[in-house]
Design a protein around this ligand. Structure first.
Ligand SMILES: Nc1ncnc2c1ncn2[C@@H]1O[C@H](COP(=O)(O)OP(=O)(O)O)[C@@H](O)[C@H]1O
Ligand SMILES: [Mg+2]
Length: 387
């Protein structure tokens, strides 16, 4: 698939901008702060409803405006689809598909797929578990938009369960156990939905694994074996050894979660937070058997981060349930300036054949020769055909 047209209204720095794109390679070139990332961020947001730069929506709406509009025409097979999203800070977004309003905004997901590489990706390797969890969950949502529902259901249940744990603490002090019985109901809900999410993540990790290994070899030039493994964490970060075969079985995970909740109940009430479930888990990344975090060099960490993104691209390209043309649009936001010459060339060679590659760079020289294509100059919020 590829994006053929993009229109932004009151998105980030853009009051209004319209541009057409071709399949193949396009580089957005311009000095810092000119609005390059804003363009590709809008495209990725349409595909994922999330931004690689901010958690909330507020920063996406142009300062002083009330709402932002992102419209894109996506060509998939021979059928163009028109995607439209209205972003209202702090309120639910609204979506239209081929000009028809959607009752559920998340039904817009799945029509456009993107894989975005950005300097922030280094945190996948060096940063906290929440980035790695988001990596898996975002990819799950791209593979099957139904997972967006499972994720938000789970978040809601954990929030309510945490609130209940807090009131249970005060009830316990007052000598009542009323809330404790309600807690059983929420344990059951959290375990059922949580288990579905864990099993989906581990199945995804199995799909990613061979691609991560190959991509790591390709990017690093064949040094070391990159491994990914799901890490169940219980309590305050203690890792628990669980066979992967057990983790792909949602029923087995549900039983395990319920059992852990029973075991941890006193501590959970004491702390007022849910101490077990997919919101606590992590992905172990190892290089030649050693944890990447803490052991890997800067260059190796970059290779690993790139391998995770390249593997996502392969999984989306090959294991999709779309009827036609699931190949995602590749977005490389300012990554080449971060990489040494060899990694830069190897990454360029790997992404060059993709159906559509959108690149941002401060100077044209940062874009490797293998990625020569169309060039658009971005100057102070105007986008024009470059030299
Ligand atoms: N919500 C917003 N309203 C107005 N301007 C914004 C908003 N968010 C970001 N900007 C502006 O957009 C510019 C950054 O654009 P960006 O696309 O990140 O630049 P770059 O070309 O370096 O990638 C900055 O000048 C920033 O102030
Ligand atoms: Mg930028």
């Amino acid at each position: 698939m590829y994006v053929s047209d993009l229109a932004l209204t009151d998105f980030r720095s853009y009051q209004h901008v319209v541009l057409s794109l071709e399949p193949g390679i396009t580089a957005f070139v311009g000095q810092n702060g000119q609005g390059k990332t804003n363009l590709v961020e809008a495209i990725a947001y349409l595909a994922t409803f999330s931004s690689h730069r901010v958690a909330g929506d507020a920063a996406l709406v142009r300062a002083g405006a009330e709402r932002a509009f992102v419209q894109a025409k996506v060509v998939r097979g021979d059928r163009p689809v028109l995607l439209e999203l209205e972003i209202v800070a702090g309120r639910a977004n609204r979506a239209r598909l081929n000009r028809s309003p959607l009752t559920r905004t998340r039904d817009l997901l799945g029509h456009l797929r993107t894989v975005l590489f950005a300097p922030e990706d280094l945190a996948l390797v060096k940063g906290d578990p929440d980035g790695r969890r988001r990596f898996l969950d975002d990819l799950l949502t791209l593979l099957g938009p139904r997972m967006a529902g499972v994720r938000s259901d789970y978040e809601r249940v954990v929030k309510q369960r945490n609130a209940l744990l807090k009131t249970a603490a005060s009830a316990r002090r007052a000598g009542s156990d009323g809330d404790i019985r309600t807690l059983d109901v929420w344990d059951a809900k959290a375990a059922a939905i949580g288990a579905e999410l864990v099993a989906a993540r581990v199945r995804l990790l199995r799909m990613l694994r061979p691609h991560v290994q190959t991509a790591y070899e390709q990017v690093s030039g064949g040094q070391g074996t990159a491994e990914v493994a799901y890490r169940v964490r219980v309590g305050s970060g203690d890792a628990e050894e669980v066979e992967e075969d057990e983790l792909v079985d949602a029923a087995a995970v549900e039983t395990r979660l319920l059992e852990a909740m029973r075991r941890l109940r006193s501590r959970e009430i004491e702390r007022g937070v849910s101490l077990v479930g997919p919101h606590r888990d992590d992905v172990d990344l190892t290089l030649g058997g050693l944890p990447a975090k803490g052991y890997a060099s800067h260059g190796e960490s970059w290779s690993f981060a790139l391998a995770l993104r390249l593997a996502s691209y392969e999984v989306l390209r090959t294991e999709h349930d779309l009827d036609v043309d699931g190949e995602p649009v590749l977005i490389l936001d300012d990554v080449f300036a971060e990489l040494d010459a060899r990694r830069r060339e190897r990454l360029a060679a790997l992404v060059a054949p993709a159906q559509q590659v959108l690149i941002t760079a401060a100077v044209a020289e940062d874009v490797p020769a293998a990625l020569t294509g169309a060039r658009l100059d971005v100057v102070n919020g105007t986008v024009g055909r470059g030299a």
